[in-house]
Design a protein around this ligand. Structure first.
Ligand code: NAD
Length: 423
């Protein structure tokens, strides 16, 4: 663990998990390991106060963050999270995983992330807009189309990206569509962006299943998180013939051994903002989720969900990390010992940043691609990246996670070395 005076990571915290992943790859970096400390030091971390007048006339203050972890390979790129548990340490880890992810799929970006410590469900629509606009103004001193490009993450969506784009544009005096990605289509958004992360989870999962000899037709899939990532991934697996036997979100866990009806589940999600009241399955205790018998587990909610204790209980053959940082390092070892293959977040959920990159390129050229073109390019980039990672894992005899870090960190540290240290 490196020591920064402003955070105190624990082994299972998000930043602690990331540091341990860097330690695991360091022996494979050869001479580049001389630069490895750069990966343990975020380049820039901005903490902002976000004051807001509430609808009832009171004034509340919210903590906001934007961290640029590494910019060696290009401008910062990474989502903005609205969640009551957001901390600087969490945002640092999420930014660092963006650095690794962008490099793993070969995108010309560094890594960044932002967040506000708030429960967005507790705000009115107007409050959400005011909060977003003030936050955007506060971080406006470090973001920009060539500097750092935010995108949606947990608790944020295309509408919030539209407000961010508009606020930034007002402040600089020119419409600047390239400052955020994940925007609505009519504001320079890209076709295929909403489904891109879930689609990438499916594409990498399908390839991993093929290599394991696991037939997707009839495979039992369980999903934690039924938001942007989880719902799209679940729907694509269902379309491929898999049975989605359990889904868990913040409102409960629904189980049906014959497979949940995805269209009906999505309708419940859209109507109630959660799946807990769904009648097409049995509502079971949340902790029971981890005992269910399945072939594929997709964590698509938050970090630290697969603990050492849960890793002993899961029965699947394959874990597809839709979420960022869902598996703590000790659990990673337990899953490996138990012969359970993990496709790590830093490649599995890279579909979102890949189509964000397409959106950014399209905004610059003001020329927009068809959804088929986008999906074909996404599948190619993800497929090629996975192939290289798999070969690296076989060559070094390491997990897919360490192999992804090896491929990515070599690219990041090579860029660092070639640029040289300023001054
Ligand atoms: P989202 O806000 O759309 O959905 C989050 C889901 O997690 C919701 O269904 C929510 O109910 C559920 N959830 C929250 N707390 C939970 C808990 N304690 N137990 C069970 N479920 C819980 O967010 P999203 O965009 O789908 O992101 C999900 C994960 O995927 C995050 O880790 C995010 O960083 C990662 N990710 C997202 C993208 C993207 O493009 N949106 C890209 C890469 C990675």
């Amino acid at each position: 663990m490196s020591s920064l005076s402003y955070v105190t990571p624990t082994p299972d915290s998000a930043w602690g998990t990331y540091l341990s992943q860097v330690d695991r790859v360091t022996p494979y970096l050869g001479n580049l390991s001389r630069w490895v400390e750069t990966l343990k030091h975020p380049k820039r971390a901005l903490i902002v106060d976000v004051p807001m007048e509430m609808d009832d006339g009171t004034v509340q203050h919210f903590e906001g963050f934007r961290v640029q972890h590494n910019l060696s390979r290009g401008p910062g790129k990474g989502g903005v999270r609205y969640h009551p548990d957001v901390t600087l340490e969490e945002v640092m880890a999420l930014a660092a995983w963006m650095t690794v992810k962008s490099a793993a799929v070969g995108l010309p970006y560094g890594g960044a992330k932002g967040g506000i410590r708030v429960n967005p469900r507790s705000l009115s629509h107007k409050e959400l807009e005011r909060l977003t606009r003030r936050y955007t103004s506060e971080i406006g001193i470090i973001i920009g189309p060539q500097r750092d490009i935010p995108a949606p993450d947990v608790g944020t969506n295309a509408e919030i990206m539209a407000w961010m784009m508009d606020t930034y544009s007002m402040n600089v005096g020119a419409t600047s569509t390239g400052v955020v990605t994940g925007k609505p289509i009519q504001l320079g958004g890209s076709l295929g962006r909403v489904k891109a992360t879930g689609r990438g989870v499916f594409v990498t999962g399908r390839e991993a299943a093929r290599r394991l000899g696991l037939d997707l037709n009839g495979a039992r899939v369980m999903v934690q998180g039924f938001g942007n990532v989880g719902s799209v991934a679940a729907s694509l697996f269902a379309e491929a013939g898999a049975k989605i036997i359990a889904v868990q979100d913040h409102t409960g866990t629904i189980y049906n051994k014959n497979g949940l009806d995805m269209a009906a589940l999505l309708a419940t999600q859209n109507e109630f903002g959660g799946i807990g009241s769904f009648s097409g399955g049995e509502l079971i205790e949340n902790d029971g989720f981890w005992n269910l018998k399945a072939d594929i587990l997709i964590p698509a909610a938050l970090e630290g969900q697969i603990t050492a204790e849960r890793a002993q209980r899961v029965t699947c053959k394959l874990v597809l990390e839709g979420a960022n940082g869902p598996t703590v390092p000790e659990a990673d070892d337990i899953l490996a010992e138990r012969g359970i293959l993990v496709v790590p977040d830093v490649i599995c959920n890279a579909g979102g940043v890949t189509v964000s990159y397409f959106e950014w390129v399209q905004d610059f050229s003001s020329f927009f691609w068809t959804e088929d073109e986008i999906n074909a390019r996404l599948d190619k980039i993800m497929g090629d990246a996975l192939l290289k990672i798999w070969d690296t894992a076989d060559r070094l005899k390491v997990s897919l996670r360490t192999a992804t870090f090896a491929v990515a960190c070599e690219r990041i540290l090579m860029a660092r070395q070639e640029r040289g240290l300023y001054p």
